[in-house]
Write a protein that binds this ligand. Structure first.
Ligand SMILES: Nc1ncnc2c1ncn2[C@@H]1O[C@H](COP(=O)(O)OP(=O)(O)OP(=O)(O)O)[C@@H](O)[C@H]1O
Ligand SMILES: [Mg+2]
Length: 499
């Protein structure tokens, strides 16, 4: 590494928000052609650091140097001028505009007639898409793309403007394996072109594959920087959470199966799922495994009344039920923590308390008035049990870190005290400490007789937490495996059947 040039240096960076000391004396550097990973728990300060670099937050104290020269970055334009390109954790896209327009957003090509510029823009955007083997027409509206595709567009956009410093804040959080491979290929290519990349992810396995160095932040401070090849996973986790994390997956399995709580029979919905049948028993965790696109989320949505059934039946405690909307489902004691929590869950300009107690308003009303004490206690209980990092209940959820926003949505559904809890990728985007906490809560709920359906793409999570596993593929059930029967290989074999 000695012959690589220092591209970027951030020295002695401090940043305070009301009630939060987000960054304290952070020093960080990036070499040309390296991938430097930033790791840390939810709320550690990762996004804040790169928002300073991107000109979104003003720096309180500290200096930024590029190629050894001090620069001032006071705006997004300043960042662009310095060839800094950022893929933010919360995608800043305009869904009703086309791919081409989004790629050129803020960088429109100057020219004569609007239509001329438009043609040129389309042509250039299409050339970019082709260059990255991304097979969609540039005139398509973003709203028509999947989240993963949108994320890919964001990546292509970021790399397309001769960026020298590229920051990716959790770029893979909604990508499938194939898309992750594409991203990694792109990263290798950029490294060869001497681009420096700052890479933020909670997936340690990715950091080990893609990064050259790792810097760990905790409570806004740098705990240390290591060469990736010389560090062990356990050491990184200990640096992140400040202690050794032993028994990560807590689960006490029952001796006997409980009674049947939910049964779906030949469930079909849209073109997405057909003839899905399985049962869910009291106090069990049922893992829903499968590849992206297997139909797992669609099953959850159908059970929760978000998508209409085109066939099949649902039984709760042996009784056939009709679930036409989410309210019907909630009345039956069902809750769904959705996969896309940003889109379906967060009220950014409302505070933490509002967001947590939203679904239990009926319970916290005394006559026409909210019982403030009860409201406070409810929110407080979940802030504690999920370790939601916030300076107080009044904080706007939009000001919380990405992972803590996720925890707020989980809290909201736990607060409904469901009998049947459906969790779609419950630990996506949350740090290792919070993961352990979420597993602990799931275990407690199961012990108390709550039945849980957990969709997860992380096989270790499925294997360690589930009583039974339903493997889906092509919109239907491929196998139902009992504990003791399932292994990583076995699940993958069923998931990829016929592919
Ligand atoms: N605009 C803001 N106003 C107030 N506080 C903020 C704001 N942005 C961030 N914070 C606070 O600063 C701290 C650091 O947040 P940051 O978003 O940098 O965390 P992070 O490391 O990116 O976490 P995650 O892994 O959850 O994305 C958190 O306590 C957060 O609540
Ligand atoms: Mg973040």
């Amino acid at each position: 590494m000695a012959n690589q040039d220092i591209l970027l240096e951030m020295r002695g960076v401090h940043k305070r928000f009301p009630g939060v000391y987000a960054l304290r004396d952070v020093t960080f550097d990036l070499l040309a052609g390296e991938v430097h990973a930033l790791l840390g728990e939810n709320g550690a300060g990762k996004s804040t650091l790169i928002k300073i670099l991107g000109g979104i937050h003003a720096i309180d104290e500290g200096e930024i140097h590029i190629d050894g020269k001090r620069v001032e970055i006071n705006s997004v334009a300043d960042a662009q001028k310095n060839h800094i390109s950022i893929i933010h954790q919360e995608l800043a896209q305009v869904p009703h505009m086309t791919i081409a327009e989004n790629i050129f957003l803020g960088k429109e090509i100057a020219g004569g007639f609007f239509s001329v510029r438009r043609q040129e823009m389309l042509k250039r955007a299409q050339a970019l898409l082709n260059a990255y083997d991304f097979d969609v027409p540039a005139y398509k509206k973003l709203a028509e793309l999947t989240i993963a595709q949108r994320q890919m567009i964001e990546i292509i956009k970021a790399v397309s403007f001769n960026a020298r410093i590229l920051v990716m804040d959790e770029p893979t959080s909604s990508l499938s394996d194939k898309e992750v491979e594409f991203l990694f290929r792109t990263i290798r290519r950029l490294k060869e072109e001497s681009v420096g990349i700052i890479y933020i992810s909670h997936r340690l396995s990715e950091l080990f594959r893609v990064s050259d160095r790792v810097t760990v932040l905790r409570d806004g401070m740098v705990i240390g920087t290591r060469n990736t090849q010389e560090v062990k996973q356990n050491e990184l986790i200990a640096m992140m959470v400040g202690r050794e994390l032993s028994n990560y997956y807590t689960r006490s399995f029952r001796e006997e199966r409980g009674s049947e709580i939910l049964r779906v029979e030949n469930l079909s919905s849209g073109d997405q799922i057909h003839n899905v049948s399985f049962s869910l028993y009291e106090g069990e965790i049922l893992g829903l495994a499968g590849l992206v696109g297997a139909g797992r989320s669609e099953v959850c949505r159908a059970i929760f009344g978000l998508d209409a059934l085109t066939g099949g039946k649902i039984f709760v405690r042996g009784e056939p039920v009709r679930i036409a909307c989410a309210d019907d489902a909630m009345r039956l004691g069902i809750a769904l923590v959705p996969e896309d929590r940003k889109k379906e869950g967060i009220f950014r300009i409302k505070n933490v308390t509002f967001n947590i107690t939203l679904k239990v308003l009926r319970r916290i009303f005394r006559g026409l008035k909210v019982d403030k004490a009860l409201e406070y206690r409810t929110a407080d209980e979940y802030i504690r049990s999920l370790s939601i990092k916030t300076p107080g209940q009044e904080q706007l959820v939009g000001n919380l870190s990405g992972g803590n926003q996720q925890k707020v949505v989980i809290a909201r559904w736990l607060a409904t005290e469901p009998k049947i809890l459906i969790m779609d990728e419950p630990t996506r985007g949350v740090d290792v400490g919070a993961k352990a906490e979420i597993y602990g809560i799931m275990n407690e709920l199961a012990k108390r007789g709550v039945s849980i359906i957990m969709v997860s793409s992380e096989l270790p999570e499925i294997i360690n937490m589930s009583d039974r596993v339903v493997v889906m593929g092509g919109g239907t059930v491929r196998a139902v495996l009992e504990r003791g029967e399932f292994s990583q290989e076995r699940i993958m074999t069923h998931a990829t059947e016929g592919m």
